[in-house]
Every structure is written in C-alpha cells, then in structure tokens.
Design a protein around this ligand. Structure first.
Ligand SMILES: NC(=O)c1ccc[n+]([C@@H]2O[C@H](COP(=O)([O-])OP(=O)(O)OC[C@H]3O[C@@H](n4cnc5c(N)ncnc54)[C@H](O)[C@@H]3O)[C@@H](O)[C@H]2O)c1
Length: 367
C-alpha cells in the first residue's frame, strides 16, 4: 500500500489526555506531523512541542494564533469541556478538521452548533470516544447488527467508581465541566452502548443526580486532595433511564463515589440472547439446540483480538492508536470517522436531559 500523504496537526490543550492519549498515538502515525501546540499554561505547550513536535514546532498560549497557521489541516481540541464548542467551531470555521475530546460539549445547543459548523465548512468533526476503537465493542456492534441476540430491548451502561474523583484540572468545577461523573465517564458508557446497538433514536430520559458522599468521603475518595481551594460543585453520582422509540430501555449509571463493590458491566439483552462486556471480552449467552435437538441454555466467553476490528487487522494497536490512525485515515481518504458528530450530539443530549430531569424531577421528552 502506498504511504498516506502527510497530515499536519495542531494540538490545543496539552494536559492529561493530550499526554496520555493523543500525542503519543499521533506520534506513532507515520504520516502525521505535530507542528503546533497551544496551552494557556505556556510551559505545557513548550514541553509538548519538545516531546512530540517536529523540529521548529510552534508554541502558543492563544488558540486563535494556532488556527491562523495555514498549513495545519487537523486540530485536536483537548481542553476542559466548557471550551470544546468554542474552540472546535473556531477551528472548523478556520478550515480545519477537528478531533475534540469527550464529551462533545456541555449543552445540546453547543453540540448542534458544532455539527452545523462542520457541515457548513465541509470539514470533518469527531469526538474522542475511544471505546469504539476497542475490539470488544466492535465485535458486540457487529454481532448485534447481524441479529445474533435478536431484538435488543434492555441495556445497562454503567461507569461506576466506588471511589475515584479526578482532582487535577477542573473536573470538580460545574462551570468548566458542565457536570461530574455523568458528563465525565457516563458519557463513555452511553456512547459505547448507543454504538453497540446502533440506536440513537431516543424518546425520553428520566434522571437522578446525587450529592451524597462528597462531604465525608475525602479520606478515601480521590486521586488527590480536594478542599476549600478547589470546590467540588458537581454531582458525585447520577443515574438515568433512557427510553428509545422502538421500546428499548437503557439504564445508565455514573459515579466517582458510590458505596458499591461491583459496579457491573455493560449489558445488552435481546430476544435471542445477551452480551455482557466482561471477563476481558464478551460473555455471550443464549439458547441453542443440543445433539438431540432440545433447546439448552449456553454461556460462553469470546476474547476479541485486533483481527476482529474493521481496520488495521494485522496490527496490535491500542484503542488510542487505533482511534488516531482511523481518524487520520478518514481525513486523508475522505472516509467517515468512527464517531460521527451527530451521534456524539445525542450522547450530550441524553446527559443534559439526565441533569435536567434530576433537577426538576420530571421526565424529559425528546420530540
Ligand atoms: N477520552 C478519555 O478517556 C478522556 C480522559 C480524560 C480526559 N478527557 C477529556 O479531555 C479534556 C481535558 O482533560 P484533561 O484530563 O487533559 O485535563 P487537564 O486539565 O489535564 O488538561 C487540559 C489542558 O487544557 C489547557 N487549557 C485550558 N483552557 C485552554 C484554552 N482556552 N486554550 C488552550 N489550552 C487550554 C489547560 O491549561 C490544561 O493544560 C476534558 O474534556 C476531558 O473530559 C478524556
């Protein structure tokens, strides 16, 4: 296969996820050059440029200066949530393709404005939901697509931490993140579940939002201290019940603090069988005939390998590497990215509705 043309990338936000996922994964793409880095904390951009940039990579503290660089084709937006829409829309309007971290935005209005900006400018927009790049989720998606478990009518989408508050950055700040565990990690399990069942047609959402443990779980609760200098203004857990127009129901749970030992696992129940994401892969159950023809219950595990994925089958890529490779390939070959913006906007809409329902005590209808 001929080598893909070179894509020049600019990074906005050089913190945890930039260093933990995007920059290492992009560095492994042989046709990517990271030519500019921006962070409001200049030394972070300087360090990122030194660690991952091409020789002479530019450093900025204002993203608009990075967007003004004509030779940048792709921008990765890796800032706190409240800046996702503003920076992504500015980048799309500047003619760049955009990979934005999850969650897409803090409100549905922002998410829709991002979709509109991508369409109007004829540019690609994708969101960093890396579960879709895991072989197990791709296998589950494909099995359900071919009817392996029949009609799926009950889904569980948990993102449960018994104790695990991200205390770096602004994760506990309502204004900057738009919420706590539901928008932070619930967003992953919602996206992954919608992808697996390929159903974005939501009818209604009912939610509860809890602030129960953060006042006395400080000793064991976090990945760092929180206190007066860093107010904890978001929820510590939230749950939602999502009804789809086809009658299916999805139960969503997200917590940073919850008194539970086993938070469960993503579960998909259909008329012919079920799939649970556990045992390091998929646990599949159902009924099938034995040698006499009698129907018998079965339960078996399937451990997916990279060969089960849609692209790059012969390479043992991590989900971050797969995500980056597929995204850059989508840009070069004009393919769809693995996460479409309209799909990610539904995730934001569900989260917004869970928060709204939690505040008002009423169900939110999508029509
Ligand atoms: N995909 C995942 O699993 C995953 C995991 C962690 C975080 N995230 C997402 O990534 C985003 C960033 O999280 P993080 O953990 O990297 O946080 P972080 O605080 O470590 O990094 C964010 C960086 O953005 C910079 N920044 C803030 N405003 C900026 C602006 N206007 N212009 C340029 N830089 C700016 C900050 O100075 C900081 O260095 C969040 O939206 C979060 O939800 C995704």
């Amino acid at each position: 296969m001929s080598k893909l043309r070179t894509v020049k990338v600019g990074i906005v936000g050089c913190g945890g996820i930039a260093n933990g996922k995007h920059m290492p994964a992009l560095k492994k793409c042989e046709n990517v050059e990271m030519i500019a880095f921006c962070d409001i904390i200049e030394e972070r951009a300087v360090k990122a440029a030194a660690d991952y940039g091409v020789k002479g990579a530019k450093v900025f503290t204002d993203y608009r200066d990075l967007l003004a660089m004509k030779d940048i084709e792709v921008v990765h937006v890796l800032t706190p949530n409240y800046k996702h829409a503003e920076i992504s829309i500015a980048a799309l309007c500047a003619g760049k393709h955009v990979m934005c971290e999850k969650p897409m935005a803090t409100t549905t209005a922002e998410a829709r404005a991002m979709c509109d900006a991508a369409k109007q400018n004829g540019k690609k927009l994708t969101i960093g939901y890396q579960s879709r790049s895991e072989p197990s989720y791709q296998v589950a998606h494909n099995l359900i697509a071919v009817g392996k478990i029949g009609e799926v009518y009950y889904i569980k989408a948990p993102s449960i931490r018994r104790r695990g508050v991200p205390t770096w950055g602004v994760f506990m700040d309502e204004e900057k993140q738009g919420g706590g565990p539901m928008i932070d990690i619930g967003t992953h399990s919602i996206d992954a579940a919608l992808y697996v069942v390929n159903n974005y047609d939501v009818a209604s959402v009912t939610g509860v939002v809890n602030n129960k443990l953060k006042y006395y779980a400080k000793d064991n609760g976090s990945w760092g201290p929180w206190g007066e200098d860093k107010p904890f203004t978001v929820e510590d857990s939230a749950m939602g019940m999502v009804r789809f127009h086809n009658g299916a129901m999805m139960y969503v749970e997200a917590s940073w603090l919850l008194n539970v030992q086993d938070g469960g696992h993503p579960t998909f129940c259909g008329t012919l069988g079920g799939i649970e994401m556990m045992h390091g892969g998929l646990a599949i159950n159902g009924e099938r005939p034995d040698e006499t023809g009698a129907m018998k219950l079965f339960a078996e595990d399937y451990k997916p390998t990279p060969a089960d994925r849609t692209f790059f089958k012969d390479e043992a890529l991590s989900s971050s590497e797969y995500e980056a490779r597929q995204w850059i390939q989508a840009v070069v070959e004009d393919l769809d990215p693995i996460v479409l913006p309209e799909q990610a906007a539904v995730v934001t809409q569900i989260i917004e509705a869970i928060y709204q329902s939690g505040r008002t005590g009423r169900t939110v209808y999508f029509d």
